[in-house]
Design a protein around this ligand. Structure first.
Ligand code: HEC
Length: 149
């Protein structure tokens, strides 16, 4: 049994040595599709948050806000130089021309979701505070860094 595992391991090593490029291409696809999936998930959760807050379900909305915040932080690692095109990406070249600003906007969007968790406790107008700390960040980033779709 152990010997069999060893043989499999050797095959895996040989295989990965022989096909570094195909392995790499797979990774690019995973990165681009991975970031799209996280943005889509954030959008779904943002819509859910709006619905929950409309009926004042504050506690139920909080975990979704934290999830969006975490996704944004993970997204910081999903824009390496070699993922500028392919797999129907809508990412604009401006991301890599102004990477610091892009990352700062992503970080701000993440921090604002945590601020929102606190703010909904005391806010007079839940719709206004959502606009300020959630929806405005989507528009601010898309207008500069995402292609028209
Ligand atoms: C800091 C920048 C940034 C912020 C903030 C941001 N986005 Fe995006 N978003 C992007 C970029 C860049 C893409 C294109 C990704 C790609 O196609 O590779 C994108 C793509 C998307 C997509 C399409 C995903 C797909 O399947 O192709 C949706 C939906 C989306 N964003 C919704 C949102 C919503 C809703 C918010 C706010 C709650 C938001 N985004 C905040 C930059 C941002």
């Amino acid at each position: 049994m152990i010997r069999r595992i060893k043989i499999i391991k050797i095959f895996v090593i040989i295989f990965s040595l022989n096909f570094p490029f195909s392995a790499n291409a797979q990774t690019l696809e995973e990165i681009i599709k991975g970031r799209k999936a996280m943005f889509s998930e954030n959008y779904q959760n943002a819509k859910k948050i709006s619905i929950l807050l409309k009926s004042k379900k504050i506690e139920e909305a909080k975990p979704l806000m934290k999830k969006i915040s975490e996704n944004y932080k993970r997204l910081l690692d999903y824009f390496p130089e070699n993922t500028k095109e392919g797999f129907k990406t809508e990412a604009l070249p401006s991301i890599w021309e102004s990477k610091d600003e892009f990352n700062a906007l992503m970080q701000k969007a993440s921090d604002d979701m945590i601020k929102l968790v606190k703010a909904i406790e005391t806010a007079d107008n839940l719709k206004t505070i959502q606009k300020e700390l959630m929806w405005s960040n989507c528009t601010a980033c898309h207008s500069r860094f995402r292609a028209k779709h």
